[in-house]
Unconditional design. Structure first.
Length: 183
């Protein structure tokens, strides 16, 4: 991982320095770093955590990455996108079926999904700044596991919390169709 804005500095240091750093950080790749022959083989993925102020306009509803870019931390972006789609289906099926869809219906989807989006992005930024950022900084003292993580290793019940947040999200969505409501 390269801190934001640090790729040019990494390139200036040279490919040999880059190979050495990869070998140092990921020792199991040390015997393969010489396969990196030039900078064309190295691609930079720039990570952004942001969201649209408004996810909709007449004839358009943005959900998932189109509405909110997520960090790859935790791999929760796809979960949030699927939950956005389920919430949209639950909210919009009836107005779509009756051809009465209004702008307010689209706004309800954003209102429903904004809280879990904000909370998830905030958790990702906390991890980025307090764990990954410290790992990238050589000036910080040695990294100690956050208190919550240390507590989860002691109490099994607490281990469910991170798993639930990653697996189900802040506000899990469930499909509500007319068939299920009747049953």
């Amino acid at each position: 991982m390269i801190p934001k804005g640090g790729f040019e500095e990494t390139r200036r240091a040279g490919l040999a320095a880059f190979r050495n750093e990869v070998a140092r950080l990921v020792p199991m790749f040390a015997d393969r770093v010489d396969e990196l022959a030039d900078w064309e083989q190295i691609k930079l993925l720039t990570v952004a955590v942001n969201r649209l102020d408004q996810w909709h306009r007449p004839g358009l509803l943005c959900i998932g990455d189109a509405a909110h870019a997520m960090s790859p931390i935790g791999g929760v972006g796809i979960n949030l996108a699927v939950q956005d789609a389920v919430a949209a289906a639950n909210i919009l099926w009836q107005p779509l079926a009756t051809a009465t869809l209004q702008r307010d219906d689209l706004a309800r989807v954003q209102e429903r999904r904004m809280f879990p989006t904000r909370v998830t992005q905030r958790m990702q930024l906390i991890i980025q700044n307090n764990v990954i950022g410290r790992l990238l900084s050589e000036t910080e003292p040695p990294l100690q596991a956050p208190l919550l993580l240390r507590l989860t290793s002691q109490w099994a019940l607490l281990r469910r919390l991170p798993a639930r947040l990653v697996g189900l999200g802040v506000r899990p969505e469930h499909v509500h169709t007319p068939e299920r409501a009747a049953a």
